[in-house]
Write a protein that binds this ligand. Structure first.
Ligand code: ADP
Ligand code: ADP
Length: 230
């Protein structure tokens, strides 16, 4: 069974045809890199997988996108439920103006979780998974803004992991970071693969080579090459 399936996906922003007949199939526990020049539709396609494009009025989408075999654009789908399964990490680290602990706990609280022990365990587990626990375990009550950029990005990854998604979407997660932080994020992506299906946008071919199993080349809204990462 495929984790994510896109069939003949077309997307328009008003009159502008931004995605042209995209077909992709992603198996569980794989990393797929979306690559191509700026403006070719990588982020647009990524945002189709958690329906973030719906926030834009002019967007029209056709075709099918399924996660775990379920059409995520069908009538009556619960988008909040979908986003519990499909987490997202953005290009710029965007921690909330809250403590380190509360950043990671955020999604659990939004979901109505109020068992303190459970929240504490989940926050720790997520920080461990995001390779940040050792660096922050003694300052969980400090503001997230006291962390470095690279740490903030791993915090945002922990925040995404805390709600136990099975898919992780990452939009250029390392492009705002220094080389050492970038290497840490790349290593982390490799480790997370055993538990998550990851789709990462990058404009960096070398990075795609280092982190991904499959590479999808976009060009002017089309998927022009798709296969195993060489
Ligand atoms: P990439 O991620 O490959 O850089 P994007 O998916 O961000 O490309 O953008 C693809 C094309 O769609 C670009 O031409 C961009 O200007 C256009 N676009 C992206 N977002 C919007 C939007 N909200 N409204 C109109 N056009 C958009
Ligand atoms: P990226 O780093 O993905 O290339 P951009 O700087 O192209 O990001 O776009 C940043 C934001 O602006 C995105 O949310 C995108 O949807 C929006 N955007 C991009 N192009 C347009 C456009 N032509 N019209 C309106 N919004 C746009």
């Amino acid at each position: 069974m495929y984790k994510i399936e896109a069939k003949d996906v077309n997307l328009h922003y008003g009159d502008f045809h931004a995605l042209k007949g995209i077909n992709m199939k992603m198996k569980p526990n794989t990393v797929t890199a979306l690559i191509g020049p700026s403006g070719c539709g990588k982020s647009t396609f990524l945002r189709c997988i958690n329906r973030m494009n719906d926030l834009i009025d002019s967007v029209k989408i056709s075709g099918l996108i399924a996660v775990d075999g379920e059409d995520i654009y069908r009538k009556g789908i619960n988008i909040d439920e979908l986003r519990k399964h499909v987490g997202m990490v953005f290009q710029k680290p965007n921690p909330f103006p809250k403590s380190i602990f509360e950043n990671v706990a955020y999604g659990l609280r939004v979901n109505g979780e109020n068992n303190r022990g459970f929240i504490e365990d989940k926050v720790k587990e997520s920080l461990v998974q995001a390779a940040l626990w050792e660096e922050v375990k003694d300052k969980l009550k400090k503001s997230a803004f006291e962390l470095s950029g690279g740490q903030q990005q791993r915090l945002c990854i922990a925040r995404a992991l805390a709600i136990s998604p099975s898919v992780l979407l990452m939009d250029e997660p390392a492009s705002a970071l220094d080389p050492i932080s970038t290497a840490k994020i790349e290593e982390l992506i490799y480790e997370l693969k055993s538990n998550y299906t990851i789709v990462i946008v990058t404009h960096n071919m070398q990075q795609a080579g280092r982190v991904s199993d499959h590479t999808a080349f976009f060009y002017m809204g089309e998927l022009i090459e798709y296969g195993d990462t060489k």
